[in-house]
Design a binder for this molecule. Sequence first.
Ligand code: ASP
Length: 342
Amino acid sequence: MSVKTKILLVYTGGTIGMVKDYNSGALKAFNFNNLMNSIPELKQLDCSVDSVSFKEPIDSSNMNLAHWVSIATIIEENYDAFDGFVVLHGSDTMSYSASALSYMLENLNKPVILTGSQLPIGDLRTDAKENLITSIQIAALRQNNKAVIQEVCLYFEYKLYRGNRTTKINAEHFEAFASLNYPELAESGVHLKINKEYLRKTKSKKQLKVHKQLNDDVVILKLFPGLNKNVLESVLNIPNLKALVLETYGAGNAPTDKWFLKGIKEAIKNGLYIVNVTQCSGGSVLLGQYETSEELESLQIINGKDITTEAAVTKLMYLLGIGVSPKLFKTLFETPIRGEMQ
Ligand code: ASP
């Protein structure tokens, strides 16, 4: 008798498991058991599905570091007993969580697939069923007795993405996510098409190592014409601040005003890590391409290349958490560790 592939569903909350409060009209989280009852199709799958739920499911706008540790711990404690994991999560902060988990789960060689939906599972036109069922099918894919997917992914509206390459781009469309700097890992149509050449291949036989120390002394500052000295100084002087993601223009460009460059220069000199990330949804920082980024390069700003803001801010939390030394910090940040940048 063949042994069935075992998938663990981890329900954290989000629209996928929400119901309408008919008095107020607002969506609120409901009991996970209802979700299982709402999809009898789950019983038809050729794998066994167990589930575990957050005691109090959350709207993902309430996601935080402690919740990431909870998800990672559930995966760690069930790692040997299951072949793959599907994490049900609100779409609002799903790209942040997928990025954080990708760093936290070192040596991952099983699939961890985050999914959710734009419409609640009970809604007539829901996108939840397809997202959930296909995520489970993808998590259960095996070849030569090994998982086909061995990384943290995000599945939404017929597409599987590398999780730390995604961004939520639409609050209404079913196609809510994009991965503009990395191709889709799989597409679901009549057939499930896996783009094998883009998958992360884990050669190492090392044990899963779960990193639970994350540091939240970080901030994101998006440049805009009119950003004034007061604002910059207030941000740079946040007590205890360790790292800043600077969302610059285009290919990594920023104003050349003396006060601006002086502020950045002094902050870096005083030990603040500043990462240059483009505020464009796609493309890469190319330091030195324009005069407006030359100076930043000479100040030893960290080059975020084509990383997303979500993957950058969580990478900072992770690198600060594991205690990377100041000497190595820039080099390590600029090196891809989970396929999050070129
Ligand atoms: N506000 C919801 C959440 O992120 C939206 C969703 O589930 O897609 O939890």
